[in-house]
Write a protein that binds this ligand. Structure first.
Ligand code: SF4
Length: 262
């Protein structure tokens, strides 16, 4: 028996003094997110600034329990300055809606905030230059669940992962957070097998969200959660039967599963 079984464990609490769901300091978060978005819009840190029309910081609820992280803006996103508003964004939004999740209640962003020319893959130095913005967004929004869309965002939290092998897996990433890797919706639209995997993986979200909200509600009440309860707020969270569960999606590779390899 695990010696912690039956004991009470406090939820992980962010180092900035907010409680586990970040609600205490909501106005400060709004102001800091607005400042961050303004910083992104005028950013010149990498070469993508020279070819973009609009930088795309991200959008959604600053108090979201779920953050989606894609690869980078495409043509329509660059034109509008908003994330996931093209065909793949519409597919993402519709898939969420079928599961009862409104787009407005999540936060959506990308690992690079400016469109790579001709939708090429982001380069390592561009990813590095832009990484700080995503780190700050995660810290400020403090989501319980991070969903990576495509292999570039997957590598942030699953550095040795292969998207065709680990999609759908939910992993504890510390600080009361879990991450789930998924195919990029653009890749899902190109390949029926990946679409099936995308929709199946997405079905894991509603129960995760429910658990995350319970964790946040418990934290607001100052309650600890029982140790060993599978929960995105539990530092040892691992969904039952998760380990090794996700089968490799056959015959495809990570390169062709990119959002930008159409
Ligand atoms: S991609 Fe990121 S680092 Fe590069 S210019 Fe845009 S906001 Fe700045």
């Amino acid at each position: 028996m695990d010696e912690s079984e039956g004991q009470e464990e406090p939820l992980d609490t962010p180092a900035d003094g907010r409680d586990a769901d970040g609600r205490e300091d909501a106005q400060a978060v709004i102001e800091q997110m607005h400042a961050l978005e303004a910083e992104v819009r005028r950013c010149q840190r990498c070469r993508l600034a020279r070819t973009r029309t609009h930088a795309v910081p991200g959008e959604g609820d600053y108090r979201a329990v779920v953050m989606f992280v894609g690869e980078g803006p495409g043509y329509e996103e660059d034109r509008q300055g908003r994330p996931f508003v093209g065909r793949s964004g519409q597919f993402l939004t519709e898939t969420l809606a079928r599961l009862g999740i409104r787009r407005e209640e999540v936060y959506i962003t990308n690992v690079v905030k400016c469109r790579p020319p001709e939708n090429r893959d982001p380069q390592p130095d561009e990813l590095e230059a832009c990484a700080d913005y995503l780190e700050r967004q995660v810290t400020l929004i403090n989501p319980r669940i991070i969903v990576t869309l495509g292999r570039f965002s997957m590598r942030r939290w699953f550095p040795n992962g292969s998207i065709t092998k680990i999609h759908g897996q939910v992993r504890n990433i510390g600080r009361g957070r879990v991450a789930m890797a998924m195919f990029h919706p653009a890749a899902a639209l190109r390949n029926p097998r990946w679409r099936e995997a995308f929709e199946k993986d997405m079905q894991k979200l509603p129960p995760l969200i429910e658990r995350a909200r319970k964790a946040n509600a418990a934290a607001r009440r100052g309650e600890a959660l029982p140790a060993g309860v599978p929960h995105p707020g539990d530092p040892d969270f691992e969904p039952a039967g998760q380990a090794g569960q996700a089968a490799e999606t056959p015959t495809e590779n990570d390169e062709s599963a990119s959002a930008t390899s159409a």
